[in-house]
Ligand binder design. Structure first.
Ligand code: UTP
Length: 292
């Protein structure tokens, strides 16, 4: 069985679409309901069978490190007061010692550069997962294995050693906001373009924040080619690599939220609140109150 045991979470971006909230606080610590975005991403990876979690952080991101650590004063106070439910929320989900690592991306040179910064933490002969935490997925309650887990299953069942990219069908008018793939047949990727204009976009299939990559990607990333937005882009490295290494796509069949922008973030908050039976009817009342 081909192993996929490591996930990389690039969280070194500046989050400029969320200023001023992200001036001193990481975008990934913004809450959806009462849980920060990065915790959803971690739990998604853990539930898919990931055992090693590598966060690529930058300046002003220490709140993420602290969130994945014990908070002794808080824990002992809650323990004294027998607040077991709250205690579970603080520490019940924490990874075991040694399961997490934090790598510093000293300069935010782009997503591709952030992933390259994790290279020494990835086994040479093992595919790894990349999760963009701000691309959130809402797992439908009757689903046994989450989407990322199904991506891993797809990878393990392929005959060739490949990379897998999650894609979502988008409006053609929005192609300039995403990396777009060109496919042959149902799932083989033969080209990728970062943020193409609608007229030249090869499809409406957008790359959306979940990847299984072969470690050879680092050879392409370390060319440090500057791409769209003046940044070192992951899509550019994958585009070069897909000429000689098999890449497949898997279409997302869950609800997805782009929490990197304010509207997508608000939508995710509303959707998660409505999915919470304890507050659903009150949330509906609030929405009605402000809809008139
Ligand atoms: P985004 O394109 O969302 O950039 O990055 P950003 O900096 O987070 O946000 P805006 O566009 O300025 O509002 C996609 C992912 O890549 C990470 C981000 O943290 C996010 O998860 N990233 C981006 C890095 O880790 N380092 C970088 O240099 C750039």
């Amino acid at each position: 069985m081909r192993k996929v045991k490591t996930a990389v979470f690039p969280v070194g971006g500046l989050g400029t679409r969320f200023l001023p909230a992200t001036k001193s606080m990481p975008k990934e610590m913004l809450p959806i309901a009462n849980k920060p975005i990065i915790q959803y991403a971690y739990e998604e990876a853990r539930d898919a069978g990931i055992e090693k979690f590598v966060f690529v952080t930058g300046r002003n991101k220490n709140a993420i490190n602290n969130h994945f650590d014990h908070a002794y004063e808080l824990e002992s106070k809650l323990d004294e007061k027998n607040k077991s439910q709250e205690l579970g929320q603080v520490m019940g989900w924490l990874p075991d010692a040694g399961q997490i690592a934090f790598v510093r991306q000293q300069k935010p040179l782009g997503l591709g550069h952030a992933i390259w910064c994790a290279r020494n933490f990835i086994a040479k002969d093992e595919a790894f997962v990349v999760i963009l935490a701000d691309e959130m997925m809402m797992q439908s309650p009757n689903r046994k294995r989450n989407f990322l887990g199904e991506m891993i299953d797809l990878y393990q069942n392929k005959e060739d050693i490949s990379s897998i990219v999650a894609v979502d069908e988008i409006d053609m008018k929005d192609t300039n906001k995403y990396g777009i793939i060109k496919v042959e047949g149902a799932e083989k990727i033969i080209d990728m373009v970062e943020k193409p204009k609608t007229e030249v976009a090869p499809s409406n299939l957008a790359i959306t924040g979940r990847y299984i990559l072969q470690p050879e990607i680092f050879e392409y990333l370390e060319k440090f080619e500057i791409g769209s937005g003046g940044e070192i882009q992951l899509t550019d490295a994958m585009k070069s690599m897909c000429k000689t290494h098999p890449f497949y796509c898997k279409k997302i069949d869950e609800v997805r939220f782009d929490c990197g922008n304010v509207l997508g973030y608000l939508e995710a908050n509303i959707a998660f609140a409505l999915a919470n039976g304890a507050i659903e009817s009150d949330v509906k009342k609030i929405l009605k109150k402000y809809s008139n």
